[in-house]
Every structure is written in structure tokens, then in C-alpha cells.
Design a protein around this ligand. Structure first.
Ligand code: HAM
Length: 415
């Protein structure tokens, strides 16, 4: 029996990895412009980290964590999201100084036991940023601007930013009561999962995909009407900053997010190109998390974006990231040219060129076939005559033209 990759995971093949590299390099370039530095945290953490941050009513915690006991009887969970590990490391290594901002970015696999479908995997990958130390709504705006700028430069179109404010803990307490009051006549008819949400965290009912819950809560009171004054001001300033940055958005009161650490700003960026798994980015403010982990009160905001989903959007819109091709393929015209050819390849590689060649003693015809297959622009042919005269034959494989040039002119010709 052949062993396959586990359900919900996928290999990133050579034909795809250049698109990943392209996106990751672009992301790295953009976040660097905003002062972000990379953090890499372990692939697994103590389970408590996620229990205390994502919240014990979130689906990530109740259903999706890859948790196990290690051989030392410790409770371990594969990285279920990027924020809690980054905040843990921030505290553990004192990365923050009071009154200053710390900007961290990461690229990481994330493990969630979900029902796999297109755009939803058990191991997916995220690019994310966490901006710690500012309570200003301008920090929220900057974080959203970074995501949009990245997507625009990547070539994604047909995106929308959905924004909401879920206020402070007290606000949500009062709002929960109001939601339950509104829904009391319907709750016993809802699916069991939604009944549990009503019991543990009624805000999640707004997120439900079940038509019964959607109908029951479509005319529910809006959290906007429960916000405290400073939350309202925060939301207003954020919206003005986004407008001034030329970033269109809609306020969507049903965005509550699947993780429990958020307050005030929450947002999602959706693509109209990839069906139901349309959220390509999600984030928000989490002013209580650093304190929850035992640190000083530290406001923070960030996002995580799914790499697979954004590549699906690129694919759906026919935007292809061209894969890089070698500069040249080296061809030995005679047996005695094989070793000198290896020296030539070494020298060209040291000068920064990417060159391919045969190492198995293939005949001339097979070498030219391989040159074509490699998609290199040039074939460089070396035989006894060329060696004797200090030249090479340079064949332009696209134009099918061949010229003889001096060995020392080869780098310039390739350039
Ligand atoms: P999240 O919304 O759970 O947020 O995930 C962020 C993004 O990861 C989603 O918008 C989606 O693009 C992608 N994603 C999530 N689950 C899957 C999956 N099963 N398959 C494929 N892609 C997926 C967080 O994880 C927060 N840590 C974001 C954050 C950072 N908030 C503040 N800072």
C-alpha cells in the first residue's frame, strides 16, 4: 500500500513553491517597510497556551486542536494559531519596553482538525503580524493597510474589508444578555451545536451558518448599540483613517471572529473569487492577552492571512507567478569537454548564474533535449575546438541562433 499525505494536508510541489516564495518575499519586503521583524516560534506549545488565549468555547479549542501527551506526560498542542505563541515569546524574552512598540511578523504552518475542503486544510500556512504596545486606532488602520497593500501588490482584486467593533468585556456581557433575550423563543429549535453556543458564548450564534440560526438572529440587536463611548471613538477614528488611506470597507456587525482574545476592532478580508472559504485574512485588537499571560497591560493588534487561500485567488483569476528558469544549460560536444564543462558551470554559478548540465554522459541529442526541457534561454556548447580557441558556442534556444564568443565575454552575453 502506498502511503499518502495525511488527509487535509498537502505537499507544496516544485511547480508551486515559487509562487509561495514570491508571496512570502513580497510580504517580508512590505512588513519590513513598516518596521516589522520576524519571529519564529516552535511548532508545538503547552496546550494551556491555547486554552488560555483562544478561549475554551472557541471551535479552535473545543474541536480542532491537535493535542497529545508527550513521552514526559506533558500536554502539548501543535500550533493552532500564530498570535498566542508570538505573545508568549514576546513576554518570555522581554521583547517589549514600556512605552515602545514591538512589531513582529511570522510565516508559519497552523494545525487545525477541520473538515477538509478547497481552501480549508488540517495544516495550512499563515503570514501574520502582531503590533504590540499601541492602543491607537491608527495602529489598527496601519495593520489593515499592510494587508491590503500586500494583496494589491500581489495582484489580488475583488477584495472586501469587513469591519466590526465588539467593544470591551463589559459591553459583550450586556450584549450577550440582549442576544439571549432576543433568541429565547428560538434557541430550543436550533441545531445542538448552536444551542451549546447559546449556553457558552452567544456571540458565536451570529457566526452560525445554519439557516435556522441565521433567520432567528437576522433582526437581533446590534452590538454597535452597546458600545461604550471610547470604543465608539476608537471605531470612528479607525474608519476615518481607512477612508483617508483609500481602503474601502463595510461595517458588518455579525463579524465576531472564532478566537476569544479580541476586543474592539475585529476584521476580515474576503475574496469574491473562491467560494465559501472566502476569508483570506482575519485579525483584530487583543488588548488583554499579554496581561492574561502574566505580563504588563499591553495593547496589541494584528492579523493572520492564509497563504493557500490567497494563492487560490491568484489561480482563480488567472494570475500566474512565472517560475524562474535557469540562465543556461551547458552541453558537452565531446567526451574531453565534460570536465572543463564542470569547471565552467562552477565559475558561472559563482558569478550568480543558474546553469544546468548533464552529469550522466548523455549524448549530444539527449543533452539538447534536456536543455529544451529546462526552459533555459541559452545552451552553451563546449567541444575540443572551443577549448583550443578559448571560446564557447552560445545557442539562443528561443531564436535558434548560434554564435561563437570568447570565453571571457560569456558572462556579459548571458546578462
Ligand atoms: P484566523 O481567522 O483563525 O485568525 O486565521 C487567519 C486566516 O488563516 C484566515 O483568515 C484564513 O485565511 C486562514 N485559515 C484559517 N484556517 C484555515 C484552514 N483550516 N485552512 C486554510 N486556511 C485557513 C488567526 O489565526 C489569528 N491568530 C489572526 C490574528 C493575528 N489576530 C490577531 N493577530
Amino acid at each position: 500500500m502506498k502511503i499518502k499525505a495525511p488527509r487535509g494536508t498537502h505537499d507544496i510541489l516544485p511547480s508551486q513553491s515559487h509562487a509561495w516564495q514570491f508571496a512570502e518575499n513580497l510580504f517580508q519586503k512590505i512588513v519590513w517597510q513598516y518596521g516589522y521583524q520576524e519571529i519564529r516560534t516552535p511548532m508545538f506549545e503547552e496546550t494551556d497556551l491555547f486554552l488560555r488565549s483562544a478561549g475554551d468555547t472557541s471551535e479552535v479549542v473545543t474541536k480542532q486542536m491537535y493535542s497529545f501527551k508527550d513521552k514526559g506526560d506533558r500536554d502539548i498542542t501543535l500550533k493552532a494559531e500564530g498570535t498566542a505563541p508570538a505573545v508568549r515569546a514576546y513576554l518570555e524574552h522581554n521583547l517589549g519596553e514600556q512605552g515602545t512598540m514591538t512589531r513582529l511578523w511570522y510565516r508559519t504552518p497552523v494545525f487545525r482538525y477541520e473538515r477538509p475542503q478547497t481552501g480549508r486544510y488540517r495544516q495550512h500556512h499563515q503570514l501574520g503580524i502582531e503590533c504590540l504596545g499601541s492602543s491607537s486606532p491608527l495602529a489598527d488602520a496601519e495593520v489593515i493597510e499592510i494587508a491590503i497593500r500586500f494583496y494589491r501588490e500581489l495582484g489580488l482584486e475583488n477584495l472586501s474589508v469587513s469591519l466590526n467593533s465588539i467593544g470591551k468585556a463589559q459591553t459583550r456581557g450586556a450584549y450577550r444578555e440582549a442576544l439571549l433575550k432576543h433568541g429565547q423563543a428560538y434557541i430550543s429549535d436550533l441545531a445542538e451545536e448552536d444551542q451549546q453556543k447559546a449556553e457558552k458564548n452567544p456571540l458565536r450564534l451570529l457566526d452560525s451558518k445554519d439557516p435556522k440560526a441565521i433567520a432567528a438572529f437576522s433582526d437581533a440587536p446590534s452590538i454597535q448599540d452597546f458600545l461604550e463611548e471610547d470604543s465608539k471613538v476608537h471605531a470612528d477614528v479607525l474608519q476615518s483613517a481607512l477612508t483617508s488611506a483609500g481602503i474601502p470597507f463595510t461595517v458588518n456587525p455579525s463579524i465576531v471572529r472564532g478566537l476569544d482574545y479580541y476586543n474592539d476592532t475585529v476584521f476580515e478580508i474576503l475574496s469574491g473569487e473562491i467560494g465559501s472559504q472566502s476569508a483570506i485574512c482575519g485579525g483584530g485588537r487583543y488588548d488583554g492577552l499579554v496581561k492574561e499571560f502574566g505580563g504588563p497591560a499591553t495593547p496589541a493588534v494584528g492579523f493572520g492571512m492564509g497563504i493557500e487561500r490567497m494563492l487560490l485567488v491568484l489561480e482563480a483569476t488567472g494570475k500566474i507567478v512565472p517560475s524562474p528558469t535557469p540562465d543556461a544549460y551547458l552541453v558537452a560536444a565531446t567526451e574531453s569537454a565534460r570536465l572543463p564543462l564542470i569547471s565552467l558551470a562552477r565559475s558561472l554559478r559563482e558569478q550568480g548564474f543558474s546553469v544546468g548540465m548533464d552529469l550522466d554522459g548523455k549524448n549530444l541529442k539527449a543533452q539538447f533535449k534536456a536543455a529544451d526541457r529546462s526552459n533555459a534561454r541559452f545552451a552553451i556548447v563546449l567541444g575540443d575546438d572551443e577549448i583550443a580557441s578559448g571560446t564557447v558556442s552560445l545557442r539562443d534556444l528561443k531564436a535558434s541562433q548560434q554564435t561563437i564568443i570568447k570565453m571571457e565575454d560569456l558572462p556579459n552575453a548571458l546578462r
